[in-house]
Design a protein around this ligand. Structure first.
Ligand code: PLP
Length: 427
């Protein structure tokens, strides 16, 4: 029986090692965060044992009475958080959420228009190595070279020329807010659906600290594990459900609503059984995000990002677009004579985790890159404030300016390890 199986020390020792790594270093990967203990508890619960294909109240398996209530809680809470009228919380990840939308809204070969991957967009918005770029015809808009900011006149020009069926906004490395009103006006001119992928700034949007995409975009997708601070996963939502524009009917001849097409896009379209343990963890995280504490957290994430951007600029670093409206920024290291690869590999020696990142119009390969991306969601969860951001940038600059001095880097690392004890994580 499972209860008599010897404890797997091989795996659990490695998990303990990873916990130590997370606790003793500075985590600046913009897509990461630290969830609460109760989020982890739900994700590690008996719900992992349950099959529940279908939706609450409409399952293909018996014994779903309890998971139905859990999934309904997750749905109700996310609807309240974003003022949505409909949500599907089953996508296993952000990529799955986007794929489900494409399956529901597109035919193979249809045109999509997204934000260029090399300017900060995401793989799932039309990259040739992703299903979105292989099965559909991907076209792109980007930022302007001079400003690092999206020029919506060019988005409009591109949309009118390419006539996409779905116009996608949202990014992985764009530090500015989005003009959803303008994007909707562009989409309406060509009868396109407007999809916002708010994976990165979702937590800030939920608390009203950035423009609201739900009012203007037909469909909104997000991951749940970045600024939203939930378990790894994805979801799809809409504020205003609408009659699908493709005239697809139910077997009884009724027009199917978009929500029904999207539900089918998730299951059976692209997934089998939902991960009810992860959905329970999502419900817990959404409950936390509804709290006043989470508003304070989101405000601090933004304030910390502003402080971090200013500290970088003060030290002569160049930030794409000159600053940030959200939790992240993209730094062009060329003015310092460094590559993203060197920065990532050197900073990790001091227990500072960042990721190398292409900058717009980069002349280096994706494995080398000219930039690094940093974000403040994770360190804000550990209780850091603006002055701590200045200290972090001081450490980063110390390490990068001494990248061939291992002794110096070791000294910084020891300082960081001892400093991080002041910000207990899972004590
Ligand atoms: N969309 C955006 C904008 C993202 O930044 C990411 C992840 O980085 C994803 C989708 C994909 O999410 P996941 O890694 O959960 O598939």
């Amino acid at each position: 029986a499972t209860t008599t199986t010897a404890r797997d020390t091989q795996v659990f020792d490695l998990i303990a090692k990873e916990q130590h790594r997370q606790e003793s270093g500075i985590e600046l990967i913009a897509s990461e965060n630290f969830v609460s203990r109760q989020v982890m508890e739900a994700a590690g619960s008996v719900l992992t044992n349950k099959y529940a294909e279908g939706l609450p109240g409409k399952r293909y398996y018996g014994g779903c009475e309890v998971v139905d209530q859990i999934e309904q809680l997750a749905i109700d809470r996310i609807k309240e958080l974003f003022g949505a009228s409909w949500a599907n919380v089953q996508p296993h990840s952000g990529a799955q959420a986007n794929t489900a939308v494409f399956l529901a809204c597109l035919q193979p070969g249809d045109t999509i228009l997204g934000f260029d991957l090399s300017h900060g967009g995401h793989l799932t918005h039309g990259s040739p190595v992703n299903i979105s770029g292989k099965y559909f015809r991907p076209t792109f808009y980007g930022v302007e070279k001079e400003t690092g900011v999206i020029n919506y006149d060019i988005v409009e020009e591109t949309a009118l020329r390419e006539r996409p069926k779905v116009l996608i906004c949202g990014a992985s490395a764009y530090s500015r807010d989005w003009d959803y009103v303008r994007l909707r006006a562009i989409a309406d001119q060509i009868g396109a659906l407007l999809l916002a992928d708010i994976s990165h700034p979702a937590g800030l949007i939920a608390k009203g600290l950035l423009n609201d995409p739900l009012e203007h975009c037909h469909i909104v997708t997000t991951t749940t594990h970045k600024t939203l601070r939930g378990p790894r996963g994805g979801l799809i939502m809409m504020r205003n459900d609408f009659e699908n524009p493709f005239g697809i009917k139910t077997p009884k001849g009724d027009i199917r609503l978009m929500s029904s097409l999207l539900d089918s896009g998730v299951f059976p379209g692209t997934q089998g059984g939902p991960l009810e343990h992860v959905i329970a963890a999502k419900a817990v995280a959404f409950g936390e995000a509804l709290s006043e504490d989470f508003y304070d957290y989101a405000v601090q994430v933004k304030a910390n990002a502003q402080a971090m951007a200013k500290a970088f600029v003060d030290k002569g670093y160049q930030i794409i677009s000159g600053g940030t409206d959200n939790h992240l920024m993209l730094i062009d290291l060329r003015s310092k004579g460094l590559t993203g690869k060197l920065a990532e590999n050197t900073l990790i020696k001091a227990d500072i985790t960042i990721n190398k990142n292409m900058v717009p119009f980069d002349d280096k390969s994706p494995m080398v890159t000219s930039g690094m991306r940093v974000g403040t969601a994770a360190m804000t969860s550990r209780g850091m404030k603006e002055s701590d951001m200045e200290q972090i940038v001081g450490y980063i600059d110390d390490v990068l300016m001494n990248h061939d001095n291992d002794a110096k880097i070791q000294t910084v690392r020891e300082e960081i390890n001892s400093w991080m004890k002041a910000f207990p994580l899972y004590a």
